[in-house]
Write a protein that binds this ligand. Structure first.
Ligand code: SF4
Length: 327
């Protein structure tokens, strides 16, 4: 059935969607997950990502990012379905136009991995994501607004598009005279590194305008040898590689872990860019770290890392004209 698919799509199909199967693979107690949390937001974990987890370790920092647990069912009132006001900023069906000079295109609602802390875990993708009809409307919107200089492909994960579809879209966008660069927000090179194919690299490197790939890596353990190889292959003249992380309680909320992440990212050819405070999405409260603690943590990072390896500490606030720089 899948013989004709590219190998990364076969890897995608081979991932874990059943928490019990993942826990069995990791030699952990079957009961360590919540079926209700899984029903609220399904579990999805690529096998290559699970392979980076420590077997027999329930507090593994990668496992904690993907396992549905009962803590997700505790919802303080300030944790909401649309924590950063995306829906209010949708101007055309699949375009979010919040910031001056930039628009964000919701390419797909799908991801290779379902991160439990995701700020769009409750997002109504079915109504918003790109399709053929919406693509025409979106491109017309961008063509008709010469103040837009950068298009951000987001989702879900835009690299889930086939090479063919991605290439066609990128070529249309880069042919618009006032578009100066294209940014791709993706977690795929980190969680499903086989997606970084020679063809993908060729497509991105041959575009007439620069590509900025903003990856999402939260912990140095995510940077396996295969991931490092994929990222180094992506390091091409037309492609700038940046990383954004989310500060997650119990996962990367200490200076040593973040220092190790920044240093390993650098050897991977990726510069740390943003360290986000958690967006308050319903189901994610147990990951929250206070802003005061985050500032102290960031100050420690400044003491142990050169400036270019210290990500900016930011948060997103509804209605603001840019990300709010905390430090
Ligand atoms: S890959 Fe990104 S969009 Fe997808 S679940 Fe994770 S954080 Fe959310």
């Amino acid at each position: 059935m899948t013989a004709h698919l590219p190998s990364w799509q076969k890897d995608l199909a081979a991932g874990f969607s059943n928490p019990e199967a993942l826990l069995q693979y990791l030699k952990l107690d079957f009961k360590a997950y919540s079926a209700q949390a899984r029903d609220d937001f399904s579990m999805r974990v690529p096998l290559s990502y699970a392979a980076c987890m420590q077997k027999g370790e329930p507090s593994d920092p990668l496992l904690m990012q993907v396992l549905p647990i009962a803590d997700e069912l505790n919802n303080p009132v300030d944790f909401q379905d649309d924590p950063v006001g995306d829906l209010a900023a949708i101007t055309e069906n699949c375009i979010i136009h919040k910031y001056q000079g930039r628009v964000l295109l919701i390419i797909t609602g799908g991801c290779a991995i379902n991160c439990r802390f995701c700020f769009r875990r409750n997002f109504p993708y079915a109504n918003v994501q790109l399709n053929t009809q919406k693509e025409g409307i979106a491109l017309n919107y961008i063509r008709g607004n010469s103040t837009i200089h950068e298009v951000i492909l987001s989702g879900g994960d835009p690299l889930l598009l086939s090479d063919q579809r991605l290439k066609a879209l990128l070529q249309k966008l880069s042919s618009i005279a006032h578009i100066k660069r294209i940014r791709i927000h993706t977690r795929l090179p980190i969680v499903l590194s086989t997606r970084v194919t020679t063809e993908l690299i060729r497509i991105l490197n041959n575009l007439p305008i620069p590509v900025i790939m903003v990856m999402h890596c939260n912990h140095a353990h995510e940077l396996s040898e295969q991931v490092i190889t994929a990222c180094l292959a992506l390091k091409q003249p037309n492609i700038t590689l940046l990383n954004q992380s989310v500060l997650l309680k119990g996962i990367n909320d200490n200076a040593q872990v973040l220092q190790a992440l920044s240093e390993k990212l650098f050897t991977t050819g990726v510069l740390p860019y943003y360290l986000h405070l958690l967006d308050k999405a319903k189901g994610t409260a147990h990951f929250e770290m206070s802003q005061i603690k985050a500032i102290k943590l960031h100050q420690k990072l400044q003491q142990v890392l050169p400036g270019y390896l210290v990500p900016k500490l930011v948060k997103e606030q509804q209605g603001e004209v840019a990300k709010t720089l905390i430090i």
